[in-house]
Design a protein around this ligand. Structure first.
Ligand code: SF4
Length: 376
C-alpha cells in the first residue's frame, strides 16, 4: 500500500485511547503497515514484529512522508522505524532511566525539584520514538491514562503543596488529549493560586500538526496562568510548513515556545544538522532550551553519542551561531537525581596558585580574567 493510499484509509480505532481519534486516523502502527507503505523492505518484517512485540510502534503519516526509503540512514526513519538493536540491552541501561518512580508521591505526579512537578496525564503518544526515555512506560497496554479519580488525587497533591510554582504537563504526550479534557485540567490548575506557570511538553506540533486547532490553543489558555509550550524536535526536516504553522498558532495566541531536542547518533550528531535545527526553531519563534544527552533507556545504545561528542558539538555551535540558537546541553542523572548541565566549560583556573581565571573564546583563544595589569 502506497503512502497516498494510506491517507484515504478509514479511521483506525483504538479502544484504549478514545482521545486519540484524529491522530489515529493517520497513523501507521503495525509492522506490516510500515512494509506496505514502502518504508522498510519486506525481508525486515520479522525483525520489526519482534521489536514491536516489546516496544510500541507508531508513526504519523506526516512523519512517514518525510522519510526517504532509499536512504538507509534516513534521520527520520532512524527515530521511528524499529530496529533489532533495540532488543539488546547494554550494561547500565535502566527501565526507568531518569528515576521518575522514585519521586512519585501519588499516581501521575513526579516531584523531583522543590518548585515544580510533572503531571503525567497520559502514557500514549502520536508517535513512538525509538530512543524514548520512558519507553517501558508509554504505549498501548502500558500504564494507563490517569483516571478521573487519579487526576483528582494528583491535583489535590498540587493544591496541598504551596511550594509548587510550576506544573509541567507531560506523559506520553499531553496534547493527544481532546481540547475538552485539556480545558478541564487547565481550569482545575487555574483555581490553584500558588501555581503560576503551566508548561506543556509535546511533540504534537511536528508529528501531528493538525491537532493544534483553535480549540486546543484555547484550552491551554483556560488556566489564565503563564503557559509555555516546549516542543520536542530533533531534526530540521521535522519543521515542515504544517509544523511551522502549528507552532505559529501557539505563539500568535501569546503562548511562548521553547524546544527540547535529544542528541541522537545518526540523526543530529553533526554540527551542520544541529545548527540547522536550532536556526529553524528560532525562525519559528521557538527558543532552544535543552539538548538532552541520550538517556540510558533499554536498547538505545546504538542511538547514543558520547558526552565528549556532545560537548564538541556544543563548542561548534558556540559563537558561530546566534546566542538565540544555543540550548543547554544536559544529562538527566540516572537514579532520579535530576538534570545537570554538562558543558562544555570555557572557564578554568590555570594553576592552583593563580588568582586569575582563564577563559576560552569561541576561536579557542585563552585569556586571563581579570587581565594581567600592563607593565608600568
Ligand atoms: S514523544 Fe516523548 S514520550 Fe512519546 S515516545 Fe517520543 S520521547 Fe517518548
Amino acid at each position: 500500500m502506497a503512502l497516498g493510499e494510506l491517507t484515504k484509509r478509514s479511521r483506525v480505532t483504538d479502544a484504549e485511547e478514545t482521545c486519540m481519534v484524529r491522530t489515529a486516523a493517520k497513523t501507521l502502527r503495525a509492522p506490516v503497515e510500515l512494509v506496505e507503505a514502502g518504508l522498510v523492505p519486506p525481508e525486515r518484517l520479522a525483525e520489526l514484529k519482534q521489536v514491536a512485540a516489546r516496544y510500541a510502534v507508531s508513526l504519523t503519516l506526516g512523519m512517514a512522508e518525510l522519510i526517504d526509503p532509499s536512504d538507509a540512514h534516513d534521520p527520520i526513519a532512524r527515530q521511528f522505524i524499529p530496529d533489532a538493536a533495540e532488543l539488546r540491552a547494554a550494561p547500565g541501561e535502566l527501565a526507568d532511566p531518569i528515576g521518575d518512580d522514585a519521586h512519585s508521591p501519588v499516581e501521575g505526579i513526579v516531584h523531583r525539584y522543590p518548585d515544580r512537578v510533572l503531571l503525567k496525564l497520559v502514557h500514549v503518544c502520536p508517535v513512538y520514538c525509538r530512543f524514548c526515555f520512558r519507553r517501558e512506560m508509554v504505549g498501548p497496554g502500558r500504564r494507563r491514562t490517569l483516571s478521573r479519580q487519579a487526576l483528582a488525587a494528583a491535583l489535590d497533591y498540587v493544591r496541598t503543596h504551596s511550594d509548587i510554582w510550576e506544573v509541567i504537563l507531560t506523559g506520553g504526550d499531553p496534547l493527544i488529549l481532546s481540547p475538552r479534557r485539556l480545558r478541564e485540567v487547565m481550569r482545575a490548575l487555574a483555581a490553584i493560586e500558588h501555581v503560576k506557570i503551566v508548561r506543556v511538553h509535546t511533540r504534537v506540533p511536528v508529528v501531528a500538526p493538525a491537532r493544534v486547532t483553535p480549540a486546543l490553543v484555547g484550552a491551554l489558555k483556560a488556566s489564565r496562568k503563564a503557559v509555555y509550550v516546549v516542543l520536542h524536535a530533533n531534526h530540521p526536516r521535522e519543521l515542515t510548513n504544517h509544523a511551522r504553522a502549528a507552532c505559529a498558532r501557539f505563539v500568535d495566541a501569546g503562548i511562548p515556545m521553547l524546544s527540547q531536542s535529544v542528541l541522537i547518533r545518526g540523526v543530529n550528531d553533526d554540527a551542520a544538522t544541529l545548527s540547522d535545527l536550532m536556526r529553524a526553531l528560532v525562525e519559528c519563534r521557538i527558543k532552544p532550551y535543552y539538548l538532552h544527552h541520550g538517556d540510558l533507556a533499554p536498547g538505545t545504545a546504538h542511538l547514543r553519542t558520547t558526552i565528549e561528542d556532545g560537548r564538541a558539538l556544543m563548542r561548534a555551535l558556540h559563537g558561530r551561531r546566534s546566542g538565540l540558537c544555543q540550548p543547554t546541553y544536559v544529562l538527566d542523572i540516572p537514579g532520579g537525581h535530576g538534570k545537570s548541565p554538562i558543558g562544555p566549560s570555557y572557564l578554568r583556573r590555570p594553576n592552583s596558585e593563580s588568582d586569575a581565571l582563564e577563559i576560552e573564546d569561541f576561536n579557542g583563544g585563552r585569556h586571563l580574567y581579570p587581565p594581567a595589569a600592563p607593565a608600568s
